[in-house]
Design a protein around this ligand. Structure first.
Ligand code: ADP
Length: 340
């Protein structure tokens, strides 16, 4: 829907710009020709003294306005076309990436199934195959779920379960992400603590730290070192999540949260992805009333993501209360539906 709206806007702006500058051109020609004819008629009635010339200031001004109008129209058209071309490029990349992400687990499952059905495989080996297939299925499941969930967020159809939690839920969620990815204990460290109560959807927040952990693993050559620093000020719980990986160039730091954006650099290992993870992370943090930013000294200097989450009752009170109301309403609705 949004895409159609933006395409319609581009088309509308394009047509409007054309009408505007063609209109201006017509007006200018009309004005100039009629004035010229009048000027000639008047001039024929008088003897113009030598040294007096037709000043034509109006012609000059209108000409300038017209050129400025045309230039603006061309600029708008050019800018919209550039944005459109960039989006098409990103979209094409996304299709290529997602196709790869979908195809590779499917091919591997297919291969295991063919081997299992055509050959006599010893039971231990069979067990190994089944476990690999389960992992691939899980990967597909997660990928498809993430696409559906992101599309729901974009259409504002997402319904999170927000609850008031004590601050220590944050390190617990982070630690459980590390466990989900089976990180060895010496690969991460959590320093400091957060103090303020917060309103959080635990599952959504888990997705945030799963994505950050996944990226830290993908974009850090071994040995991985993740450092999480926790602190609070009066209004916010602040989480700084940093790794010792390949880092992100200053220019790319501005775009990595955008949908489909991936960084291409010959020094960066060829890691597969969809460019959706950080977009999803930012949307979840925004829905919690928070903010996320990135800091990196540059390539090969590691990356730090800084998340600021409002503390319950000291910041964004009205917004946070509206989140709690949404969840309470949803829970009441579910209870009624269960009771019927
Ligand atoms: P994906 O990982 O699927 O490409 P993301 O949205 O998660 O998509 O990340 C967008 C881009 O940001 C990545 O392609 C990568 O270039 C860069 N990036 C994200 N996290 C890190 C990190 N921890 N270190 C270096 N680069 C990162």
């Amino acid at each position: 829907m949004k895409k159609h709206q933006s395409q319609f806007f581009v088309l509308f702006a394009f047509v409007l710009a054309q009408i505007a500058w063609l209109g201006l051109l017509g007006l200018w020609i009309y004005w100039y020709v009629s004035n010229y004819i009048r000027y000639e008629q008047v001039r024929e009635g008088y003897i113009v003294p030598p040294g007096i010339v037709n000043p034509k200031v109006g012609v000059f001004v209108i000409g300038i306005i017209m050129i400025a109008g045309i230039a603006t129209a061309v600029f708008i058209i050019f800018r919209n076309l550039t944005v459109q071309r960039k989006l098409t490029g990103l979209y094409d990349n996304f299709i290529a990436n997602i196709t790869h992400e979908l195809k590779s687990p499917l091919s591997s499952i297919q291969l295991y199934l063919e081997t299992l059905s055509s050959k006599n495989i010893p039971p231990e080996k069979q067990k190994e195959f089944y476990s690999s297939m389960a992992k691939d299925t899980d990967r597909l499941h997660k990928l498809i779920n993430s696409i559906l969930e992101i599309s729901r967020i974009e259409q504002k159809r997402v319904s999170h379960n927000y609850h008031i939690s004590s601050a220590d839920i944050i390190p617990k969620i982070i630690e459980s992400s590390f466990k989900n990815f089976r990180l060895p204990e010496d690969a991460y460290k959590i320093e400091g603590s957060v103090r303020g109560k917060c309103v959080i959807d635990n599952d959504a927040m888990q997705i945030v730290f799963d994505n950050l952990t996944d990226n830290a693993i993908k974009y850090s050559p071994a040995p991985l070192n993740i450092l999480v620093k926790l602190k609070s000020n009066e209004k916010q719980n602040i989480i700084e999540f940093s790794d010792n990986g390949i880092g992100i160039g200053i220019k790319d730091q501005k775009t990595i949260f955008n949908k489909f954006h991936r960084v291409y650099n010959k020094n960066i290992p060829n890691v597969k992805g969809t460019g959706l993870g950080l977009f999803w992370v930012r949307e979840i943090i925004k829905l919690h009333g928070g903010k996320i930013s990135v800091k990196s000294e540059g390539l090969n200097k590691g990356t730090a993501f800084i998340i600021e989450l409002p503390i319950y009752k000291t910041s964004k009170i009205l917004y946070i209360k509206s989140l709690l109301r949404q969840t309470a309403k949803k829970e009441r609705f579910m209870e009624t539906a269960d009771g019927e």
